[in-house]
Design a protein around this ligand. Structure first.
Ligand code: FES
Length: 103
């Protein structure tokens, strides 16, 4: 486990989305209904960005072709994607968003 601080809570208000570029991957942080989620930035359908996708019922809808992913575990709930999205464990400590990035 290697938790990295990626943002502060102040940067990610309720309903917000934040792109984070790391050395070897790009993540999207999402704040929905009081929970912070960390998912891969790129959709598993066509590798386009999920940023700006509609958020509802714990899910994000890809803005390009409408695939829907569950934020908690990346499961695909609507096509055309069929591969799940990578998700990451998040903790919030002293207003800092920390994400477990596999080494
Ligand atoms: S790129 Fe996301 S549904 Fe096609």
């Amino acid at each position: 486990m290697a938790f990295m601080t990626l943002a502060s809570l102040g940067e990610l208000p309720e309903g917000g989305q934040l792109r984070v570029d790391l050395e070897d991957r790009t993540l999207l942080l999402v704040h929905l209904d009081g929970t912070i989620y960390a998912i891969d930035y790129h959709c598993t359908h066509d590798e386009l960005g999920l940023e700006g996708g509609d958020l509802h019922n714990g899910c994000i809808t890809c803005p390009y072709h409408g695939a829907e992913f569950r934020l908690s575990d990346g499961e695909v709930l609507a096509p055309p994607a069929w591969e799940p999205l990578q998700t990451y464990t998040v903790t919030v400590s002293e207003q800092l968003i920390q994400v477990d990035i596999p080494q």
